[in-house]
Design a protein around this ligand. Structure first.
Ligand code: COA
Length: 173
């Protein structure tokens, strides 16, 4: 009889590269995804982005992850019904229990292959343990110049989010 493998433990001290969490998700824009202009409804794009980001965060943490926030959501160009959408997601930075996942969306005209940048966002995901409590994740070890740039910008975004939250809380008193 085959021996049952013990569950794999997740090391939270060994760093992982952003590339290990990279995800590309491809969808086609159906008429039911569109608005009255014949382009995609923004909420549909955000739903796909949330899924791609959750997969990337889950690959990094190897834990159950939940969306904590969606920041810097920018729709830079519309996407036509019938066009293809590519969503790229990758963990840019990991703090203690949270991770920033960067997202870039491109559309593709299926007849010409022409691609356009259509949306960008930064999301924060939190890893949870079996009791649903935030649990530590491995650090990110950026390797390439691009990964190092994304890492340092993610640190700045986190610092600015925390600073703003403190300021607003202080004003409420
Ligand atoms: C996200 C959640 C687990 C955080 O729980 P919490 O009790 O606030 O936990 P803590 O205060 O201990 O914070 C845990 C981490 O989350 C981060 N965090 C909490 N709220 C955040 C927010 N709004 N944006 C970004 N990060 C946030 C904290 O900075 C901290 O990160 P760190 O450990 O890396 O420093 C909780 O708010 C939650 O369950 N939210 C609902 C999630 C959900 O239902 N998502 C949609 C469906 S997946």
């Amino acid at each position: 009889m085959a021996k049952k493998k013990p569950p794999r433990s997740v090391s939270t001290s060994v760093g992982k590269s952003p590339q290990e969490s990279a995800v590309t998700m491809t969808e086609i824009v159906l008429p039911s995804d569109g608005n009255s202009l014949g382009t995609i409804f923004g909420g549909r794009v955000m739903s796909w982005m949330d899924i791609a980001a959750a997969i990337a965060a889950g690959k990094h943490a190897r834990r159950v992850v939940v969306t904590a926030s969606f920041d810097g959501m920018h729709f830079v160009a519309p996407v036509k019904v019938g066009h293809v959408v590519h969503i790229r997601a990758m963990v840019n930075f990991a703090a203690r229990t949270s991770m920033e996942v960067g997202l870039r969306v491109e559309s593709e005209d299926p007849l010409t292959g022409e691609r356009r940048h259509t949306a960008t966002a930064y999301t924060t995901f939190v890893a949870l343990d079996q009791l649903g409590q935030p649990t530590p994740v491995p650090p990110i070890v950026p390797k390439t110049l691009e990964e190092k740039r994304r890492y340092s910008q993610a640190v700045k975004r986190r610092e600015s989010r925390i600073r703003l939250a403190k300021e607003l809380k202080h004003q409420e008193r």
